[in-house]
Design a protein around this ligand. Structure first.
Ligand code: 6GU
Length: 234
């Protein structure tokens, strides 16, 4: 199970929300530990430069390899884990899914490298891919462009941390969620939920949910999940 998370970014302030809610509680309870690291701490010039113009020309700036190498080495030196999984956030990465969250929760040590600008000098991933105790993945959260990997890191960390035993009050609720429900055709989104009162603004809770017939309720929910999944985006 993941229990150590390190994040490297030029905007450490982005990660203040990790103190809140279930993730904040998981930290206080000692279920996980999180380190947030300022990339600029690894620079030596007065301006704290972390980027430069791209070889080959083109618009925008590229993040330099050296501060990244130093920051990653420092994080590794203080976490003597047998294996380190480096997640580099980039819109050019593989798509983050529930399946990937289920896989990453098994990594003991995750390091998130939040790129900005036009990305990080490619030799950083090339180098760590050659390290025997490293796994490197480039990950995107969807087909749109953000200003940097910080928000994507928050998304991915939340999806992983809630899977760690003890973080969620009722772990059975994980089994009935969107993207965990499945049929022969693939994953489904969740069925619609209702709570009291039985009638709200003239809208009634579906009768079957009040019937107490568990088999019938399960059948109804499966059908609703299928309908919702089929109608996504329509
Ligand atoms: Cl991980 N980074 C950026 N900059 N944009 C994204 C993304 C990541 N995932 C989707 N868009």
């Amino acid at each position: 199970m993941s229990n150590r998370f390190d994040v490297i970014s030029i905007f450490p302030e982005y990660f203040a929300p990790l103190e809140l809610s279930l993730i904040g509680k998981a930290k206080s309870a000692g279920l996980i530990s999180i380190g947030i690291h300022d990339l600029r701490a690894q620079t030596s010039d007065v301006h704290g430069s972390v980027d430069d113009t791209p070889y080959g020309g083109g618009a925008g700036m590229v993040m330099s390899a050296e501060p990244w190498g130093k920051a990653i080495d420092e994080v590794v030196a203080t976490n003597p884990s047998e294996i380190h999984e480096l997640i580099v956030l980039t819109p050019a990465g593989e798509k983050f899914t529930q399946k990937l969250a289920n896989e990453l929760v098994n990594s003991k040590h995750l390091i998130f490298a939040c790129g900005r600008y036009e990305g990080i000098d490619s030799r950083v991933t090339d180098f760590y891919k050659t390290m025997p105790n490293f796994k490197v993945r480039e990950v995107s959260i969807g087909d749109y462009v953000l200003n940097g990997g910080e928000v994507a890191t928050l998304v991915i960390m939340e999806a992983i941390i809630r899977l760690i035993p003890g973080v969620i009050g009722n772990p059975l609720s994980l089994d009935e969620e969107s993207h965990t429900l499945a049929d022969e055709a693939g994953t489904l989104v969740e069925y619609p939920n209702y709570t009291k009162p039985q009638e709200w603004r003239g809208l009634k809770v579906p009768e079957v949910l009040l019937s107490g017939n568990h088999a019938l309720i399960a059948e109804y929910r499966k059908e609703q999940a299928l309908i919702r999944t089929r109608n996504l985006g329509k």
